[in-house]
Design a protein around this ligand. Sequence first.
Ligand code: ADP
Ligand code: MG
Length: 641
Amino acid sequence: MPEIRQLPPNVVNKIAAGEVIERPASVVKELLENAVDSGATRIELSVEQGGTQLVRVADNGCGIDPAQLTLAVASHATSKICSAEDIFSVRTLGFRGEALASIAEVSQLRIRSRAAGRRAGAELEVVGGVAQGVAPCGCDVGTTVEVRNLFYNTPVRRKFLRATQTEMGHATESFTRLALASEQVHFVLRHNERLIYELPPTDSWRERIATFFGPELAASLLAVAGGDGTIKVSGFVADPGQSRANNRMQYLFLNGRYIRDRSLQHALSEAYRGLLLTGRYPIAFLRLEIPVEAVDVNVHPTKLEVRFQDGGGVYSQLLAALRTRFLTSDLTARVPAGALAWSEPEAAAVEPERAAEVRRQFVDWARTGSAGVTDRPAGAGPAGAATPTTPRPGTPLPRQTPLELPIPRGPVPPLGSAGWPGTSPHPGGLPPAPWDADEQHAAASRPSTPVPRPHALQVHNRYLVAESEEGVVVIDQHALHERILYEQLREKVLAGDVETQRLLVPEPVPLAPAEAAAVLDARALLAELGIEVDAFGGDTVLISGYPAMLANLDPAETVRQLAAQLVGGEKLPARRDLLDDLLHMISCKAAIKAGDRLSPEEVASLVELRHVVQDAHHCPHGRPTTLVLTREELDRRFKRT
Ligand code: ADP
Ligand code: MG
């Protein structure tokens, strides 16, 4: 029978070190956290060979008493908590009392410190976990910790270290996170004695962000503020025109601590839904302030992950703050210099007659039948008297008379129970687009005069070009129309206003077993979309009712697509996601295509309708619908400046 033994402290420490100290960047993180906790106003980090040779952090904080130096490097020794209850009210970055002990176990560590009010400092060396004795030394108030030859006594670990450049990348990331969290602290970073960052203290977070990520990105950031009595959200998010291929540019700070949190990252993606292309991630710098009792930071040794008492509340506060921000922003994509090119060579798809007719009927149906859509007499401003629409089923899209404007909607309040933004129509709504603000004001003050139509020109049968206050606006006709239809349809579905047509002959659809089960499970949801399905025996489902608005989509094909979607993900898609995806699909199919020739009235209608949708700047897939080429840009290019 194997004998059970108590492990000696150095083995325990090595195991603990394995959890916390993975690479030089972990040393950087722990030492910088200690320096921040010490109340320092200046922190200097020096790294040699990516930290494999040396990591040194010098601070001007409170310092350590000579009598306590040995304790500082002992395991489970900390000045930051006293009792078990304290774990749930941690206000410092550290509290586990393990970092220095762990680092000392796998390196050659030297710590020099002078406590405030003391005349001299003291020095302690620890080699491979063995303390060499405290000696007096001359030094400034504060603490300097030097870590040399990391993993020199754990060859397995040392073998895992990567190239200097890679390790330095990780170390710099640790530095970035800490320096972003405390912009009022002066930070310095040197690598191999070369100065990399010198960050003087600042009151402007944007300024600190700019030092790391460039003034251009920083200038384009949108400030975010929100929260309720307990949760406070603040910081910045990037305009959807700026995004990344991964989520590493999402800096979330909880009570001053950098954290990674899947649920909050999800809230971010959710806020950008439809604004970014698939596979792109938003950029964000966000701070959450939450009462310390409401968060558990003792989830993981590196304290990167936390547990919220009310995760749902944090999620919705963040989402609401972001949504509110987006609805009050002009997110029109600006053309970056050099990006102007009219070179989309693929031939425009010419739509068959029948499909065009279906499209017309559909558009008309969506327009006249929508709960939130009303006809508006020409000349009435956004607040003008609107008369309810009389449905005109089957009337083809008036090719000669322009589309009339639905009432603009107001800013979207925080999430309702179903997770959708509220959509009740009320006038006022979004700020008018810059390029016809004048027209709108003029129209509001002269209700009886016809609204001057924006002059727009269709080019290449796919883009609409118009003059604006700012310069020239280029609209992607398909993308914009798709967005308009998407919003109108969404409103119908939310209002429970989707008409179902009973099929004369119900249509059987054979599916895979899992798909059939998923479709039948989702029956109630499908019914909201106007799709009625029943079990037909085996793995076949029977479609008995189908929405009028999907007339141009084959029922069996639609159900097959939905089934694939239902079983595709790891978990069942949320009701909202499913509805949303379906709406995307429908509006894409129903919208005017690139290549469709439009009459001047249709061009004008589309350009006008642009102002009634919540996000006219991006199609539901996240592609921009509108580009603005500013006058300054034109002047610059024609060398008029
Ligand atoms: P923790 O930070 O979790 O308390 P550490 O092992 O990182 O554990 O540090 C142990 C103790 O050493 C800290 O609680 C603190 O009292 C002291 N200490 C470490 N670094 C510094 C520093 N830079 N300035 C002042 N005190 C420090
Ligand atoms: Mg610490």
